[in-house]
Design a protein around this ligand. Structure first.
Ligand SMILES: *[C@@H]1O[C@H](CO)[C@@H](O)[C@H](O)[C@H]1NC(C)=O
Length: 256
């Protein structure tokens, strides 16, 4: 049996290069990886962006082609990536695929401070109905937003020496992606019982751990919670420890 492929879905304001420090550790452990962007990051036309556009893109361009080749997928989603990945995996679990005579399946969902959104619930609703102060709207242009100050909000456990590199990695994000809701989430399905991991980032200044807890509670399903001492960006600040945890979770799913 070939090992599953980690599909690494970034959060908002970030590109797949956010995972550059993590990928080598996963590959050393024998896993293939696929870090993928979606349209709303620095959208070329933010007036047509939506969470659904991101979901469809991830599902059709990335996940389905891997499954169709007969490989299994473990979805690793960060922050807003949880809104996208959660819904992109719906109906793609292995049991449902097999029942329909289809190869491959999504065998695990790993949320890293991921947004747990109900069907139709936008990210803005899930954070209390208003933009948090660190999201600067209509910047650098109408319909796009930036997160500032990035070092304080995202990278509070990374050395200031990295500021030029890390600040440059922050990209504008289409606001409509945050204001529109996803379709039904995969995590709600019984097929993912025992296959949901939540990496709870304890020193997170972007999505506080208490909000992460509230989201898990709201979901009404069981998550294996990993208490991880890091900022919002553990794949930057603690890539080796995070990779070890992802491999451990993957092996747990494979043993089920
Ligand atoms: C965003 O995309 C535009 C083109 O639509 C490009 O000119 C700009 O450099 C990009 N911004 C960043 C920060 O990547």
């Amino acid at each position: 049996m070939s090992s599953p492929i980690f599909v690494l879905v970034p959060g908002a304001f970030g590109t797949p290069s956010a995972y550059d420090k993590l990928v080598p550790y996963l590959e050393k452990a024998g896993f293939a990886t696929m870090p993928e962007p979606y349209p709303s990051c620095n959208h070329s036309n933010p007036s047509i962006a939506s969470c659904q556009e991101d979901i469809t893109s991830l599902r059709e361009k990335i996940i389905l082609p891997i499954l169709e080749q007969g490989s299994d997928v473990i979805l690793v989603v960060h922050s807003y990536g949880g809104a996208v990945g959660g819904a992109a995996a719906t109906g793609l679990d292995k049991k449902t695929r097999a029942a329909n005579g289809l190869p491959g399946g999504v065998i695990g969902l790993i949320y890293i401070a991921g947004n747990v959104l109900l069907e139709g619930e936008s990210l803005i609703q899930a954070v209390g109905g208003a933009y948090p102060p660190y999201i600067k709207t209509d910047k650098p242009s109408p319909g796009l937003s930036l997160i500032e100050p990035a070092m304080d909000v995202l990278y509070n456990d990374c050395g200031q020496a990295l500021a030029p590199e890390l600040e440059a990695a922050v990209k504008p994000h289409a606001q409509l992606a945050f204001e529109t809701g996803p379709t039904a989430p995969a995590w709600a399905d019984a097929a993912f019982e025992g296959r949901r991991t939540y990496i709870r980032t304890e020193d997170d200044c972007c999505i506080p751990a208490s909000l992460q807890d509230a989201w898990m509670e709201k979901s009404g399903v069981k998550w294996d919670v990993v208490h991880f001492k890091s900022s919002h960006m553990p794949f930057v600040s603690k890539p080796k420890d995070l990779a070890e945890q992802l491999v451990k979770s993957a092996n747990g799913y494979l043993a089920l």
